[in-house]
Write a new protein. Structure first.
Length: 320
């Protein structure tokens, strides 16, 4: 860039990389931030990970990208927040802030006078989303979720923002893409304010691997090339993701033991048995069958399940 880039107390001059911490007012919490300010003008891309503290592949990918990306030859800039829910990450709380029990990805655009989760959402909205031309939010399944790689693509926004977000999905190495109308999540909230982007999901079960981390890094770098932030030509994925035409989310109707008969990524037929919930004597409390021909996005991987909690997500996928 031909001008300085400032986020909170951090400033990167053109051709400079700066790493440091952004304090969340009134909380004692600080976000780790890497600013990479390129040598030439171009788009500013925001990359966050760890909105849920137990979703590890994206966190490690963002940490490594912060170390490896260079402003030399870069057009535009990259803002990286590798761990957004720092307290949840350190406490091994997969989805919430330990201090207020809130899920950050349900709190946007946030509240500067609220609890810590509200304040983090507000700071991201006001100081990070506001500077971005494109946004990538890296997620995975929670600690108790198995997941097939997919992207949520915002649609509750201006048509041109939705279209640019949709086009970006073709440069991700994923099998599925889902149109999202969420407004209180980080990516959907940013899109409603004019910032196109994608929420990338890969991995789960409270694990991370070299393969998943590297796949996230390749996807980020490919988007950066597509946006002309990094030099070189982007690679379209070997097969464009299949777009889910109808999503179905099943919640548990009882508390007990979750017994699945399907796996993440598996195609299922209408009427096929998906899962049971059993009591502590093995008696069936509830049984679930598919109401559609579709594919499993993610499902609970823990034996324990509570009534009302997420159990299985699936969707109709057109013939590929």
């Amino acid at each position: 860039m031909t001008q300085n880039m400032t986020v909170g107390p951090l400033t990167a001059a053109p051709g400079e990389k700066v790493q440091g911490y952004y304090p969340i007012p009134g909380s004692g919490m600080k976000l780790p931030v890497t600013l990479i300010n390129g040598e030439a003008d171009g788009k500013r891309v925001l990359i966050t990970a760890g909105v849920h503290g137990g979703e590890y592949p994206g966190i490690q990918a963002a940490i490594e990208l912060g170390a490896e990306l260079s402003p030399l030859g870069m057009s535009g800039a990259v803002i990286l927040v590798p761990v957004t829910n720092v307290m949840g990450f350190e406490a091994k709380d997969s989805a919430h802030f330990p201090e207020d029990g809130k899920n950050l990805n349900r709190l946007f655009p946030g509240d500067p006078d609220g609890t810590i989760g509200d304040r983090v959402a507000w700071c991201l909205t006001s100081d990070f989303h506001s500077q971005a031309d494109f946004y990538m939010d890296l997620h995975s399944g929670n600690a108790d979720e198995a997941l097939t790689p997919l992207a949520f693509v915002p649609q509750a926004c201006a048509p041109e923002v939705a279209e640019l977000s949709r086009r970006a999905a073709d440069f991700l190495d994923i099998p599925l893409a889902i149109r999202s109308t969420s407004l209180n999540g980080a990516c959907g909230s940013a899109a409603a304010r004019g910032v196109p982007g994608v929420l990338l999901e890969r991995g789960g079960n409270g694990l991370w691997s070299r393969e998943e981390t590297d796949a996230d890094k390749r996807d980020v770098q490919n988007i950066l090339r597509w946006l002309k932030v990094l030099p070189g030509e982007p690679e379209a994925s070997a097969a464009s993701p299949a777009w889910v035409t109808r999503a179905v989310y099943l919640n548990a109707g009882a508390t007990g033991c979750f017994i699945p008969f399907v796996k993440a990524g598996e195609d299922v037929q209408k009427g096929q048995k998906l899962a049971e919930i059993r009591d502590y004597f093995g008696h069936v409390l509830a049984s679930y069958s598919s109401g559609i021909n579709g594919r499993i996005f993610y499902l609970t991987s823990s034996l324990a399940i509570q009534e009302g909690h997420s159990m299985i997500a699936m969707g109709e996928v057109p013939n590929e």
